[in-house]
Design a protein around this ligand. Structure first.
Ligand SMILES: [Zn+2]
Length: 464
C-alpha cells in the first residue's frame, strides 16, 4: 500500500460502494490523489500512526457530487433569461450571447460556475460544449475541478440560430475542431480534464457528422454528449427534417450505445424507454432546467420508467442561468419528489435514488466509475464533508443521513471539498480562487457581455 499522508477521521462515511455501506465513526485514508483505505477510525488510526488527521466529527463524508450537464459559460446570462419561453430565450438572449462572448468573458463566467459548484459539493461536471471550450477548460484547471468537456458541434446552420461556426462548418471541419481540442487538452490538470466528442442537438447535426463523431469517439474510447429527445417541439422538428423521431434516427445511425450520453430525454415513448435500457445509452435528467424553462420533463418524462428498466441516469443543472442554481442538493430534492407527484405514488424515485444519480450512477454515465462516484480504495480522493449540526438535521441527524441531506438540508451544509486529494474549499472558504476578485470579475464581464450581445438588463418592477 502507498504511504498514507492524510486520514479523515470520526465522520459518518457514506461510501456508495456496491452494498451502500455507511460507516459510523469512520475514516478515509488518502495517499496523494487516491483513497487507499476506508474503515473504522479506530482501526485506521492504529494502522497509519504517522498520517495527518482531519477531524470530521459531526459531519458526513460523501463522494464528490457530479453535475452531469452544465454549460459553464452561460453563467454570465444569469438573471437575463427568467420567465421567457425557450424559442424566444434562444433567439433574443442565448444565440446573440454565444456569438459575441469572448474568451476572457467565458473564462470568468466558467469560473463563477465552478466556484458556486464547489461551494455546494460538486467536484465534477460535464459540459456539452460552447464555442470557447479552451477558456472553460483553463478555468477548470485553475480552480481544480474535474470535468468532461467537449466543443459545441453542429453542421446544419439555421439563420434564426446563428453560431460562430456557421460560415465554415462542414462535417469534416466540425470533426477536425473536436480532434484539435482532444489532442490539446485530454488529460490536462493531472488527468482531471477529459475531452469528449459532441453532437449539439438532434436537429442540427447531419447523418454524416453523426457517423464521423461516433467512429472517432469509439476509436478514442470517449463519450458523445448530445441534447436528445428534449421536448415535443424537438420531436416535431426532427420528424419534419428527417421523417422520423429523434431516437429512431439515432438508432438507425448506430448511435444508441454505451458511450452515448443523452441529455434531457423528456419526450420518450414506452418503446424508446426499452431501447435506452437495451442499448445501455446513458441519460442525464435536468429536472430544474425543465421546470424553469417548461420543457415538460417532469410532466411527460419517463424517468421513473427508465429507472425501473435499469437505465443509467445522472443529474444536471444545465446552467446557472437556466435552472438559476447549481446546488445539486436542491436538484436531488426535485428529482426525489417531483415524479412522486406526477405518478401519485410516494414510493417512486426518492432521496436515495437521487443521491445515486448524483454520485455512483453519475460516474457510470460519464464512463468514469472506475475512478470516481464512491468512496472506495483505489478511487480518486474526491470527497465532501457535510455538517450535520444544523437544526434542520434534528431530531435524528444520523437516521438515514442521505434522506436528511436531500429532503431537509442544502448545499449550504457543505463544509469542505477535496478533489484529487487536495482541499479546494475548507470551512466554506474557497482555496483556489479569491472570492472577492471573482465577484468583481463576474459583475464586470456580465455587464460587458450583455452589452456586446445587446441583451437588455431590465428590472421587472419599477425601482426607485
Ligand atoms: Zn444543455
Amino acid at each position: 500500500m502507498r504511504p498514507v499522508d492524510l486520514l479523515i477521521v470520526d465522520g459518518t462515511v457514506v461510501t456508495m460502494n456496491a452494498g451502500r455501506s455507511i460507516i459510523l465513526d469512520g475514516a478515509v485514508a488518502i495517499s496523494g490523489d487516491r483513497i487507499v483505505e476506508v474503515g473504522k477510525a479506530a482501526d485506521l488510526r492504529v494502522r497509519h500512526p504517522g498520517a495527518k488527521q482531519i477531524d470530521a466529527r459531526g459531519m458526513l463524508v460523501i463522494p464528490g457530487l457530479i453535475d452531469g450537464h452544465n454549460h459553464p459559460g452561460h453563467y454570465l446570462t444569469k438573471g437575463l433569461l427568467d420567465d421567457i419561453a425557450t424559442p424566444r430565450r434562444w433567439a433574443t438572449r442565448l444565440y446573440p450571447f454565444d456569438v459575441s462572448v469572448n474568451a476572457e468573458q467565458s473564462y470568468w463566467g466558467s469560473m463563477g460556475t465552478f466556484a458556486e459548484m464547489i461551494r455546494s459539493g460538486t467536484t465534477c461536471f460535464s459540459d456539452p460544449g460552447s464555442y470557447q471550450p479552451e477558456a472553460t477548460i483553463r478555468a477548470a484547471v485553475d480552480i481544480g475541478i474535474r470535468a468532461c468537456v467537449t466543443r459545441s458541434t453542429r453542421d446544419i446552420s439555421d439563420p434564426i440560430r446563428p453560431t460562430p461556426d456557421d460560415l465554415t462548418v462542414s462535417p469534416e471541419g466540425a470533426l477536425a475542431k473536436l480532434d484539435e481540442l482532444h489532442a490539446a487538452w485530454h488529460g490536462a490538470g493531472s488527468g482531471r480534464i477529459r475531452i469528449w466528442y459532441g453532437l449539439r442537438t438532434s436537429f442540427n447535426v447531419s447523418d454524416e457528422l453523426c457517423r464521423l463523431v461516433k467512429h472517432r469517439a469509439d476509436e478514442l474510447g470517449t463519450g458523445i454528449h448530445v441534447h436528445l429527445a428534449i421536448n415535443p417541439a424537438e420531436t416535431a422538428e426532427v420528424l419534419k427534417k428527417f421523417g422520423m423521431r429523434p431516437m429512431e434516427r439515432f438508432r438507425r445511425l448506430g448511435l444508441l450505445d454505451q458511450n452515448l450520453y443523452a441529455v434531457h430525454m423528456g419526450a420518450l415513448d414506452d418503446a424508446e424507454v426499452e431501447l435506452v435500457a437495451k442499448t445501455g445509452t446513458k441519460v442525464c435528467h435536468c429536472a430544474s432546467a425543465s421546470m424553469f424553462g417548461a420543457f415538460g420533463c417532469i410532466t411527460h418524462g419517463k424517468f421513473v420508467e427508465l429507472a425501473a428498466a435499469g437505465a443509467t441516469m445522472s443529474l444536471g443543472t444545465d446552467a446557472a442561468s437556466i435552472s438559476r442554481f447549481l446546488d445539486l442538493v436542491r436538484e436531488m430534492y426535485i428529482v426525489a419528489c417531483a415524479h412522486k407527484d406526477t405518478h401519485i405514488d410516494a414510493e417512486v424515485m426518492g432521496a436515495h435514488k437521487a443521491f445515486e444519480m448524483a454520485t455512483c450512477d453519475g460516474a457510470k454515465a460519464l464512463l468514469w466509475d472506475d475512478e470516481i462516484g464512491s468512496i472506495e480504495a483505489g478511487k480518486r480522493a474526491d470527497l465532501v464533508l457535510v455538517r450535520t449540526d444544523g437544526l434542520e438535521w434534528f431530531p435524528r441527524p444520523l437516521l438515514n443521513p442521505v434522506a436528511n441531506l436531500v429532503y431537509s438540508s442544502s448545499g449550504e451544509a457543505v463544509d469542505s471539498v477535496m478533489i484529487d486529494g487536495r482541499f479546494v474549499m475548507r470551512h466554506r472558504k474557497l482555496l483556489t480562487i479569491d472570492e472577492d476578485l471573482l465577484k468583481q470579475k463576474v459583475i464586470e464581464h456580465a455587464a460587458s457581455a450583455a452589452r456586446g450581445a445587446n441583451i437588455p438588463e431590465e428590472q421587472r418592477w419599477p425601482v426607485h
